[in-house]
Design a protein around this ligand. Sequence first.
Ligand SMILES: [Ca+2]
Length: 277
Amino acid sequence: MLTLVRSRRHPGSRRAPLRGRLWTFGGDVQLLLCLATTFAAASPSIQIETPAGGWTTSRVVTVTGRAEAVKPLGMLTVNGVERPLPIQNNQFTATFALGRGQNAIEVIGFSTEGEGAPVRAQLTLYAKIPKVDLQVLLFWDTDKTDVDLHITEPGGEVINYTHKVSTQTGGRLDRDDTDGYGPEIYSLGAAPSGVYEIAAHYFGDRGSGQTTATVSVVAREGTDEERRWRFEVPLTRAGEKAVLAKINLPPPGMQLGAAQKQAPAKHQPDAPIPRGH
Ligand SMILES: [Ca+2]
């Protein structure tokens, strides 16, 4: 009969640092139970790997990093503006727009255990970039979904994924994000005065249903007239388009007025606009 007895320490040996117990089977077979060590859960952590910090001449940057034992949806904060951050296979990547000068970036993960206590990593980046008169950043809060930013300039020209650079102002859309979260960024160096309409179109939901679109706006960046706004609107399904705000930029030197927030959009069941990709 096989008997399981606890072994005795060999004379002169030192107790192993592993958390476990040494057993012998009839004095012939030794089994080291160190399951507690082998399967110990990783501690929640988050780390930014690139960029290392310092300065950049790019307005749009991508931050990458690693995380352990955190929930699949974290948070990215850039100069106080929060947005959701997907974390998959212990990795994250996020693209966003910097402001001129010093930028404070924070990545937050929420522990998979207990109350989801946050773990944080910070980065400071100095951006040597030209000032913008107007920048609009669109992001949303669902994965595998496509929302599009549409800017109608005072001259009536519409900038979106089908027409990324304005022939009238030089304003440009940086990219068309088609698989979740954004951002899509419209930037304009020298903005003609007039009304700029900001709209979000829910192009494709791939079954995800409602998403919340958020736009973050900065006007007259780096001047005494600098103003910032943030608008949100729920989009319930693909095909829906909402005008989030109208920004009235006065001629340079004149005080900016309040942005005009729009009422929630009505569903527009028109067919999606064909795109070239
Ligand atoms: Ca898009």
